[in-house]
Design a protein around this ligand. Sequence first.
Ligand code: SF4
Length: 75
Amino acid sequence: MPRAPKVDHNLCKGHGICYDVCPADPKVYEIKGDPPKAWVVNPESCIECESCVANCPEGAIELVDIEEAGPKPES
Ligand code: SF4
């Protein structure tokens, strides 16, 4: 089972570091909303490098089975 990120929006402060470090094309994340949060818009493009997990200063990201990834904007 491929993995992709799950973001805890109770911890996410919308810094956008996950977006900046993500090497995937297209990027896995979008940062949007008020207050801004990281949304998982392209989980299928994740290459499981864990750069976002390692660089999130809030510890808000983990990799999970792709079916559990998110949150997605519509969820
Ligand atoms: S694990 Fe890597 S490829 Fe996947 S979302 Fe995080 S930074 Fe992007």
